[in-house]
Design a protein around this ligand. Structure first.
Ligand code: SD4
Length: 331
């Protein structure tokens, strides 16, 4: 039942007459009347995502334009990259850990503050959708490893081989001189973080990754951690992260950005401040990449990263554009 109708019904059946007028005033604010016609005030949908994943924002934006809710659109966008075998850090085709197993992490957060996450999941490609199932079908927020995988099969997710011929080949090459280094702006930093605003002006998001390439077995980064890889507060806005997860987790980066926006910063200023805190905390050491994207309730977006080379996609007014992010290090 629509909230407006619910409020009308409640007011008539059980509430005192004295408060009825104010309830009507509140309930009708989402619609205006012009020439005796009711016109709903629909917002223009917006979808943004980390990196130049243009098909992700295009698909999410198209879904939003057809009336999809923000969370459903964010999951649709994440799925584009999870299914993209050329993306070696998300979903199927993602780079394995140093033992050769692909383990995926994801989370989602809805506009009502509900969230779900899965960590270290093998054999299931669409882990953002699985995280959404954790949110909607269980009393929990996070499931890990085998438990998450078994829950996925119960929910109808297919068991799949996530290694591909090219990821096996790359792994075999890596094993010849196995060394782990969080390298800047190469394919070990291609997590998808998506933020969507739907026609009702509600904001939700999703984040999905295979984590750092050739990570230690069992290592989890920021991406599935609510507040680190993703955070939404529908009164304020949302933020998402990509890059070296350990540094994002230590500063609870996405939550920080939303709080900075609550205190008056624009999305751009908030992303910049969050990056600068990481650089400061590391006493100026910045030989790794961190990048944030953010959106506020007014539909303004922003981004900031440590090193040049990060860009993000924005779908707005039917246009899908790539923007090079401003960076802490300018060259
Ligand atoms: C992680 N933040 O697991 C992720 C890695 C990443 O593109 O962003 N990859 O730390």
């Amino acid at each position: 039942m629509k909230r407006r109708h619910f409020l009308k019904r409640v007011s008539i059946s059980s509430l005192g007459m004295s408060i009825v007028p104010s309830l009507f005033t509140f309930a009708e604010t989402s619609e205006t009347t012009k020439n005796n016609m009711t016109i709903s005030q629909k917002k223009k949908p917006i979808a943004i995502c980390t990196w130049a994943f243009k098909n992700a924002t295009a698909m999410a934006g198209e879904a939003l334009s057809k009336g999809a809710k923000a969370l459903d659109a964010a999951v649709i966008g994440a799925e584009v990259e999870e299914n993209n075998l050329k993306n070696t850090t998300v979903g199927k085709g993602g780079t394995p850990d140093r033992e050769g197993n692909v383990t995926l992490d994801a989370c989602v957060m809805d506009s009502n503050g509900d969230c779900g996450a899965v960590v270290c999941v093998e054999h299931i490609t669409n882990v953002a959708a699985l995280a959404k199932k954790v949110m909607t079908e269980t009393p929990h927020v996070m499931l890990s490893g085998k438990g998450a995988e078994e829950f996925g099969y119960q929910q109808g997710f297919k068991k799949e081989e996530l290694l591909t011929p090219s990821s096996i080949e790359a792994f075999e090459a890596w094993k010849k001189s196995p060394e782990y280094k969080p390298i800047i702006n190469i394919e070990n930093h291609d997590t998808i973080g998506m933020l969507c605003m739907d026609e009702d002006g509600d904001i939700a998001g999703a984040c999905s990754t295979s984590g750092l390439s050739y990570k230690m077995k069992g290592r989890i980064g920021d991406s599935p951690i609510i507040g680190s890889g993703l955070f939404i507060d529908n009164e304020i806005g949302g933020a998402a992260a990509t890059g070296l997860g350990e540094e994002v987790m230590k500063t609870v980066g996405s939550f920080l950005i939303v709080e900075l926006m609550r205190n008056g910063m624009s999305p751009q200023q908030a992303c910049k401040e969050a990056v600068e805190r990481i650089v400061k905390k590391n006493k100026g050491y910045k030989d790794f990449q961190i990048a944030y994207i953010a959106m506020n309730k007014a539909g303004e977006v922003g981004s900031y990263c440590i090193h040049k080379g990060f860009s993000y996609m924005t779908y707005k007014d039917g246009e899908n554009t790539e923007t090079a992010s401003q960076s802490y290090i300018k060259d």
